[in-house]
Design a protein around this ligand. Structure first.
Ligand code: BES
Ligand code: MN
Ligand code: ZN
Length: 497
């Protein structure tokens, strides 16, 4: 499945190394350390000449491409900025820059030399993960529904020169971990970017079965509308009522720990298209509602990544999939439905459908006796107003869990920010005709949405990630793969890694 291969080793004499592209990190002090000046001399001074012309500053985020010779065909100088400010964030930016250069060029093979970077071993290990992850992300090109895809990435092989620091085995392991996270995020991007006439609830079920085929420790089962009716999932079922596509509750179980260990649980909102239903959305940018399964997409990406990483935990992953359409059979504003929990819900707005599919999944997940539950959903436009496209909204009934997710996101370059879940907001959801209404009456739309979910997640530690601003971007249009890096980092830290 992997299209890229990563290798790490110590290259004894870089000047004698053969490569289609040598990536050379340089700080703003322009000092060519150790064997880099030997490389420069061997090639008759392209680096010193470029620096003398002032064509490369060394600032973070910049690069310069130079021609080499027949054995070192290209040299790419990549800016590292000020050496005293080269922290994790700067290192990540550096990794992103070199990944973009390697993936966009003509070279099929590239060598990155890190031997002269004086950062500690821990940072170096994370830098390797960043290189594995960002190179994998940079090589993703959408082609699924294009007859002749343009500009596929040519890069196939990346070699990292480690000098004598981390062992080659350790370095390769960290590159592979980064690659697994990148591929998980790319799977999420792929599913998110697919149009809604391809990516239906049943298509998502097929993806789950495909994961189970590819990984012996992943098991998949799917509940269709018949089974969900028997169980009493009146809330989830109300959302797909107007659609010709059958709703699905998809269950994936990953076994990496012992049988008696309680699983972690993740639940994704999988609305494969959100028209708003009878509470129809305006037409402008409605195409973007194909991304309303971004939470579900991140669940698939996370399952794949943790299976690739062989994390020693158990994980239950649910996807609540439905298509929200208007029709003569569709749910109407004012309809009252009975959820799996037994609580009745007055559906005042059929466009607040994400919480309706999630609440039944939150009840259903209880039967797995989860240690903690995280749901991921493109739930509200209001979270985009609050946090823009930078941070995922984090809501939780447990501050330690919220902090674990936020810390994981910061480490993974996929940040979240905690939002309140105070009881003060709950009264907005009071209904005269049911136990709860599906929309609030005042402001703070992303908080009242989370408050609705909280009523169905009272029996375990739970967090809700509102990714409406982070799972996809409008310009250029595309799925980002977020919050796969945050979720994988969170699960790795829960696994003690
Ligand atoms: N899928 C939308 C939320 C959304 C909006 C995601 C923009 C991505 C970008 C969700 O189902 C929705 O329609 N929410 C409504 C809730 C409202 C009716 C209470 C919203 O945010 O307007
Ligand atoms: Mn909606
Ligand atoms: Zn929606």
């Amino acid at each position: 499945m992997a299209i890229l291969s990563f290798n790490a080793r110590k290259i004894d004499r870089l000047a004698d190394h053969k490569s289609e592209m040598l990536v050379v990190p340089l700080f703003i002090d322009h000092i060519l350390k150790d064997d880099l000046s030997a490389v420069d001399q061997q090639l008759a001074g392209p680096i010193t000449n470029t620096l003398a012309l002032g064509d490369f500053s060394g600032e973070l985020g910049t690069h310069a491409s130079l021609a080499g010779n027949s054995s070192l065909q290209r040299l790419v100088l990549v800016g590292c900025g000020d050496a005293t400010l080269f922290d994790r964030a700067a290192q990540r930016k550096f990794a992103q820059t070199l990944s973009a250069v390697m993936s966009k060029g003509k070279a099929k093979q590239a060598t990155v030399t890190l031997a002269h970077l004086t950062i500690d071993d821990d940072d170096l290990a994370y830098l390797l993960e960043d290189i594995g992850k960002h190179t994998t992300l940079a090589c993703y090109v959408y082609g699924a529904t294009i007859a002749a895809p343009k500009n596929p990435a040519l890069l196939k092989k990346v070699t990292v020169n480690m000098g004598i620091r981390l062992t080659a085995a350790k370095a390769k392991q960290r590159l592979a971990a980064g690659q697994a996270i990148g591929e998980g995020a790319n799977l999420a991007r792929h599913l998110g970017n697919l149009p809604a006439n391809v990516c239906t609830p049943r298509f998502l079920s097929k993806q789950a079965r495909r994961l189970a085929k590819g990984y012996p420790n992943v098991k998949t089962s799917v509940l269709g509308e018949k089974r969900m009716t028997e169980l009493g999932m009146g809330s989830l079922l109300s959302v797909g009522r107007g659609s010709d596509e059958e709703s699905q509750l998809i269950v994936m179980e990953y076994r990496g720990g012992s049988a008696k260990e309680a699983p972690y649980a993740i639940i994704g909102k999988g609305i494969t298209f959100d028209t708003g239903g009878i509470s129809l959305k305006p037409g402008m940018k409605m195409d973007e509602m194909k991304y309303d399964m971004g939470g579900a997409a991140s669940v698939f990406g996370t399952v794949q990544a943790i299976a690739d990483l062989a994390l020693p935990i158990n994980l239950v992953a649910l996807v609540a999939a439905a298509e929200n359409m208007p029709s003569g059979r569709a749910t109407k504003p004012g309809d009252v439905v009975t959820s799996l929990s037994g609580k009745t819900i007055e559906i005042l707005n059929t466009d607040a459908e994400g919480r309706l599919v999630l609440c039944d999944a939150l009840t259903y997940v209880g039967r797995f006796k989860p240690r903690e539950v995280v749901d991921i959903a493109t739930l509200t436009g209001a979270i985009v107003v609050a946090l823009g496209h930078h941070a995922t909204g984090v809501f939780s009934n447990d501050d330690e869990l919220a902090n674990a997710l936020i810390t994981a996101g910061t480490r993974a370059g996929d940040r979240g920010w905690q939002m309140p879940l105070w009881n003060d907001y709950q009264q907005q959801l009071d209904s005269r005709f049911a136990d709860v209404a599906n929309i609030g009456t005042g402001g703070a739309g992303s908080v009242t949405a989370a408050c609705f979910l909280a009523r169905f997640a009272e029996n375990y530690k739970w967090a809700h990630l509102d990714v409406a601003g982070t799972a996809f971007l409008g310009n250029p249009k595309g799925a980002t793969g977020r919050p796969v890096p945050m979720l994988v980092d969170y699960l790795r830290s829960r696994a003690g890694q």
